[in-house]
Design a protein around this ligand. Structure first.
Ligand code: D5M
Ligand code: FE
Ligand code: ZN
Length: 546
């Protein structure tokens, strides 16, 4: 018997999505033809079994002894993906800085390729148990009583919007209500229609939605704020520190300003500006045990650029002892490439039918160990309505993706995993934040900084009528009402993470290599990385599989 047999058996099992008891592997390895014994054991395994037990192997070997036919399973029935991967694939690991230092801690460039990321520990390749020959059948906790997931703000099935004018009034009222509540305690504000009667020269404050931003001939800023009673012009002088903040403003976000009314009480000279923001004293919650979640997005199955090999390596790695603590997998949108999402996209499709794309995606999900719990939300490439909030995949799509029993939620959704609340949002508005804000505040190279802006505005997609399509509902599901412990987005295909007022913001890269369009606009995607989150410490580790 060749020495590497147990390792090979573990790998074979992993490829097909099974875990195994240690002794089951030993029994198979001791068989004269261990490959055939493995095939027999798997053939007789019930469809819903996730783990190959010692008892089952023993039984299948004994039955085989009794039947005595000893026939080989034809090669074609073996893992259909054999040969895709080199056997000694050891994904390197890097640990993000988590010293609680301000915003930039752990500038998220993957250190494996970009070496000098500030505050990021150097990459240290680690051995993977199953791959280096030490057969370690994985022992993942499967005690369901230790696990918990609850979901809030899921609007699936709650959509009431008909797109009529009244719906827009309702959703903006709700946004204003929710966000002004965050600001009311901080300023002594008056409704816009009461300001003029206050008299010139008085101190005043307004809480309102940004309805216009203009620069004046002399370089000052005129910001128009709107509340439920009307609008009011506010002047921010160019030499005030707040002038810098004006560059961060997006239409329709809610802010508060304080200042002095002009002599005719027709304009407010702004002295200070307030954002709903995350309190600096915010303390995130953590899990009670050492358990991890993998946070990924943008798989893009069906695209010619989908990185199948990297995905296989990732899924295989999830079956190893190193990944035994990972009990959750969260996917933040763009499961498939979709059809007709961008002009000329069909030229880069590997799978042209949208349902076939989901069927293929479902097969890739099957490679993930069955005892990892999966949650996913849609993105702009998925087959749900494009306008946000996006409801979860409908029944037809869920039926296609039943293999792994992955649960689906709306985009956005607040998913609480063992006490850690993760705001999952696909991230289409990030394009807009990056386009509108100066580079040092938001750029594709540091996508987490664009996420900080959304946290500061307490809204995942503030601007209406721009690049991000919004659907009016009777409430604004896109407001970040409660501060999450972790904010997880994707979409821009860049990896980046950091902390904003103790909230971990993570943009999780993608599984698609550079497309022709991305090449034409110089987007260099971070493909094939899996960010792993320690739920008990909120530390991040990034694994590279490409
Ligand atoms: O988008 C991935 C990223 O690339 C995101 O930042 C948008 C941008 N992108 C990709 N293709 C296009 C086209 N054709 N037009 C404009 N922007 C694009 P994703 O939606 O995940 O593919
Ligand atoms: Fe994407
Ligand atoms: Zn996207």
């Amino acid at each position: 018997m060749p020495l590497e047999t147990p390792a090979r058996i573990v790998k074979q099992l992993a490829r097909r999505g099974y875990n195994a008891e240690r002794e089951a592997v030993t029994l198979l390895a001791d068989e004269p033809d261990s490959d055939a014994a493995l095939e027999r054991a798997l053939e007789t395994l019930p469809d819903d079994a996730l783990k190959l037990t010692t008892d089952h192997v023993r039984e299948s070997i004994e039955t085989e002894g009794r039947d005595g036919d000893g026939s080989e399973i034809p090669d074609g029935d073996r893992s259909t993906r054999d040969g895709h991967r080199p056997v000694d694939e050891n994904p390197p690991t890097s640990t993000g800085d988590d010293d609680g230092s301000p915003a930039d801690a752990g500038s998220g460039s993957p250190p494996e390729t970009k070496g000098s990321g500030e505050g990021v520990a150097a990459a240290t390749p680690t051995a993977t148990a199953a791959a280096d020959g030490a057969a370690e059948p994985i022992s993942r906790n499967t005690d369901p009583s230790k696990r918990s997931i609850t979901v809030e703000n899921d609007m699936t099935g709650q959509s009431t919007g008909t797109g009529e004018y009244g719906d827009f009034v309702k959703v903006f009222r709700d946004r204003y209500e929710k966000l002004s509540k965050q600001l009311r305690g901080r300023v002594n504000h008056r409704p816009t229609d009461a300001l003029e009667s206050m008299g010139g020269g008085s101190d005043a404050a307004i809480v309102g939605m940004v309805s216009d931003v203009r620069s004046t001939a002399s370089g000052h800023w005129l910001v128009e704020l709107e509340d439920t009673n009307g609008t009011f012009p506010c002047l921010i002088m160019k030499d005030r520190k707040w002038a810098d903040q004006v560059q961060e403003l997006l239409f329709d976000e809610v802010i508060a300003v304080e200042g002095t009314l002009a002599d005719d009480a027709g304009i407010l000279f702004v002295d200070s500006m307030h954002f709903p923001d995350v309190p600096r004293t915010f303390k995130p919650s953590t899990a009670d045990r050492h358990v991890q979640a993998a946070l990924i997005s943008d798989v893009h199955v069906g695209s010619q650029e989908f990185m199948e090999d990297a995905w296989h390596r990732f899924a295989d790695w999830l079956h190893t002892e190193e990944a035994a603590r990972i009990e959750y997998l969260l996917i933040a949108g763009d499961m498939v490439e979709g059809v007709g999402v961008y002009p000329d996209q069909d030229e880069e499709l590997d799978v042209v039918d949208i349902f076939d794309q989901y069927r293929a995606f479902s097969e890739y999900l099957k490679e993930v160990p069955g005892d990892i719990e999966i949650r996913m939300i849609p993105g702009n490439h998925d087959a749900v309505r494009l306008a946000e909030p996006q409801p979860a995949f409908d029944e037809e799509l869920r039926d296609i993706m039943t293999a792994h029993d992955a649960q689906v939620h709306s985009n956005p959704a607040m998913v609480t995993v063992e006490g850690v609340t993760i705001l999952m949002y696909h991230g289409v508005s990030l394009d807009e934040v990056i386009a509108e804000l100066p580079d040092d505040k938001a750029s594709y190279d540091e996508p987490h900084k664009a996420m900080y802006q959304l946290l500061k505005k307490r809204h995942v997609a503030p601007q209406y009528g721009g690049h991000t399509r919004l659907a009016p509902e009777d409430r604004d599901y896109l407001v970040i009402e409660d501060v999450p412990d972790v904010f997880h987005t994707g979409h821009v295909h860049k990896l980046g993470w950091g902390k904003y007022h103790n909230v971990l913001a993570l943009n999780s890269g993608c599984w698609q290599s550079q497309t022709d369009f991305q090449k034409s606009v110089n987007i260099d995607p971070d493909s094939g990385y899996a960010p792993i989150l320690d739920l008990d410490t909120l530390d991040m580790t990034v694994r590279k599989f490409s």
